[in-house]
Write a new protein. Structure first.
Length: 239
């Protein structure tokens, strides 16, 4: 069984809108719905569970019915960070996951993920136990302590930009989370960070620069434009 675990438990104080970014409407649909629809339509995804911001669970349930997300099975409160939210999802799944089952962790605010990226993540997971979507960095990278001054360039050919989806053999990622807890290595931004924090290796699958993460209001407009370009057949009205 392949289960998609969609992380929608965060609220970013830097996001300059009144509602969490995963629930912002773009062309009369919340951003999280675009993400859910991609996993709903993927032939290799058997079920979807969502870790959700407190107070928004019922809204996600309503969206699931409204937009026919029939694979949506459970919605539960998220943790204080992605590591804790993922662990809560794994706890829910552990009694029904069998050997060889896969959990695909994905940010709700990456609504441009493609079927191909998800498939490649799953395929790499079948080979290596995990498939973490990532891309090369094409820009010049520098260390900076304050965002105003740079003091050291970093070789961009040795840097990868990590994204989601991140597919894992269930037993492997469960064991890695247990190890992180035993080492008191908590508070990671994502599962790949947690894995390297405890001294383990991450295996990459192919990501894409089009796999946009919504972090700012400008990203919302970028998503709107990219979606319009990708789906010219849809009659989309401006908000």
């Amino acid at each position: 069984m392949n289960t998609a675990l969609i992380l929608a438990g965060g609220r970013d104080a830097r996001f300059k809108m009144d509602i969490p970014k995963q629930f912002v409407n773009v062309n009369n649909r919340p951003i999280i719905v675009y993400t859910l629809e991609i996993f709903q339509n993927h032939p290799d995804i058997d079920e979807i569970i969502v870790t959700c911001l407190e107070g928004w669970q019922e809204m996600v349930r309503v969206y699931g019915k409204q937009f026919n997300i029939t694979k949506l099975k459970e919605i539960f409160p998220g943790g204080k960070d992605a590591q804790e939210s993922t662990y809560r999802g794994l706890e829910i799944l552990k009694d029904r996951m069998e050997q060889g089952d896969i959990v695909i962790v994905h940010d709700s605010i990456r609504p441009m993920v493609s079927e191909e990226i998800i498939t490649k993540s799953i395929k790499m997971c079948l080979k290596k136990g995990m498939g973490v979507a990532a891309t090369y960095i094409m820009d010049t990278i520098m260390h900076s302590g304050n965002g105003k001054e740079g003091y050291q360039s970093i070789n961009r050919y040795e840097i990868m930009k990590v994204q989601t989806p991140q597919a894992f053999d269930f037993q492997l990622i469960w064991n890695l989370h247990q190890k992180a807890i035993e080492m008191n290595s908590l508070g990671a931004w994502d599962n790949s960070s947690m894995i390297t924090n405890i001294g383990e290796k991450v295996y990459f699958s192919e990501g894409s620069d089009l796999n946009l993460k919504i972090n700012t209001t400008e990203d919302v407009e970028m998503f709107r434009a990219l979606y319009r370009m990708k789906h010219p057949e849809e009659n989309i009205e401006r908000r």
